[in-house]
Structures are given as C-alpha cells and as structure tokens.
Design a protein around this ligand. Sequence first.
Ligand code: HEC
Length: 273
Amino acid sequence: MKKLTYFAYASLLAALSGMAFPAIAQKSSSEAIAEYRAALQDGNPADLNAARGEILWKTARGPSNVSLEQCDLGVGVGKVKGAATKLPRYFADTKHVMDLESRLVHCMMTLQGFKADEFTTKTAFSNEGQRATVIEDLVAYIYDESREMSISVPQGHKEEKAAYARGKKIFFFKGGPYDFSCASCHSQDEKRIRLQDLPNLTAPEPAKAAFAQWPAYRVSQGALRTMQWRLYDCFRQQRFPELQYLSQTSIDLTTFLGVNANGGKMAAPAIKR
Ligand code: HEC
C-alpha cells in the first residue's frame, strides 16, 4: 500500500487553498488541481479501501456467515475482474437491470442474509471524517479489479434498452424550484460552479471520462464516494427530492451514463478534488 508523499500533500493544500503556495497560486485553479492530481497518482487513498474491500469480499460475514465469493456480478460466479465494465446489466435471476451496488447488495442479502432495509444512504455512505462503510470498501475493490479495461455496458436485452431510455428521459427532465435538469449543469463545454468543472456529459469524451472515474476518492471529503453517492449528491444540487439508494431512477441514470461511456477505459476508483 502506498503512502501519500509530502509533495502530494503540499500540492493538495496548494490546490485547495490557492493561496498557501505563492508560486502555485499564480496558476489557475484547474491547473493547480491538475498538478495535484498528477502528484497523487502513485498514492490514491482508495487503494486502502480496495485492500479492505478484498478482505471483506473473502470474509465470512452476516447472519449466514458466508463470504461473497459465490456472488455473481454478471461475469460468472465468484468473478470480479471486468465485472464493473459491464454494469448496469440485466440479470435473469432477479429479472431486473442492476448496477454494481444493487447487485452487491443483492448478494449480501441472498448469500449473507442481510436485510434490504439495512441498506440506505445513511448506512451505505460514510459521513465526513467517519470510517468507510462496508459498501464503500467493497465497491472500491470491485472497480479496482476493472482498472484499464474497456467500458462495455450492454444494450442487448429489452430491459437494458428500456433502462437507457428512461435514464435519458430523466437526464433531460426539468423540475424543482430552479427548473433544473441534469443537462442544465452538464450539457455545455467549459462550464463550472466555483472551483468545480462541470463535465459536458452529452459529449462523448467527457462522458467517458466521468463514468470511468467513478467511484472516486474525494480529497475534499476524505472519503471514497460511490456512483450512487455521486447521483444522490447531484439530485441534491438539482434541488430534487432525495434520491433513494438503489432506486430504479438511480439505476436508469447509471445505465444512460454507462452506455454513453462505452469504449472508454475504467480508471476507478479515481481521485478527485
Ligand atoms: C446544479 C448543478 C448540477 C446539476 C443539476 C447536476 N449536477 Fe452533476 N455535478 C455537479 C457538480 C458541481 C459536480 C462535481 C464536479 C466536481 O466535483 O469537480 C457534478 C458531477 C457529476 C458527475 C461526475 C463527473 C466527474 O467527472 O467526476 C456526474 C456523473 C454527474 N454529475 C451526473 C449528474 C446527473 C446524472 C445529474 C442529474 C440527476 C446531475 N449530475 C445534475 C453539478 C450538477
């Protein structure tokens, strides 16, 4: 496991404060952030999540006291490598399109005996400063096993096509007090809110990059954040009603984003500001 280098921390502080290091402060914040990302490449704290996740995957847990090694993430029982590149997808055993987190929770329920109501945004997402949740560590491990592999979210089954079509509709659906849709913030180039670049998720290259980089370790929150969290937080920014953990809406949106990112290279868990 690699440790963050002093240089990485220094660059991070510079990027976040913009003022602490005069030489760096002269650069734009995007440049400073890009620099600190590069510095962090050999020390992503998500490596720790992934290492813990691998142990969790192989450890007998839950009321049934079994490991997750019999879980089928879509590429065969017990197989983890490449699984994240092909999700969401339709599963014949549940007759539903499932994203990675839904499928993982499905395995935790059916194999390990956990109950559905044990999985909510409160139990799945860690609060700032808290230890990572079991879900966060497992998700980090599963994505890490698909690093550098090509994204190929399937569209062969009619349910997969239906999920994509609904996801697209939701992406462009305007509502709430500001009459925002996802597209209001994510369909133009070079848009930003304060320090944050808003990727144009309707253009092929940014759409690939965005999907490829989630889940991600958020330095500003000191936590590994999953795709379900990403969408939950964008719903909040959109002033929409709270997005329910593992809801159909979340799976449909992830399908839309995933299919649009096909051909991109997985780089998750990435590291983000
Ligand atoms: C009010 C503006 C706003 C709306 C509306 C919004 N987002 Fe976001 N989105 C953001 C911000 C801010 C970020 C974070 C950028 C950062 O941290 O660098 C973000 C990041 C993302 C990312 C990750 C991009 C990356 O490269 O890391 C995805 C994916 C995403 N949003 C999807 C959505 C979806 C889907 C919707 C509709 C449900 C949506 N967003 C609605 C503001 C918005």
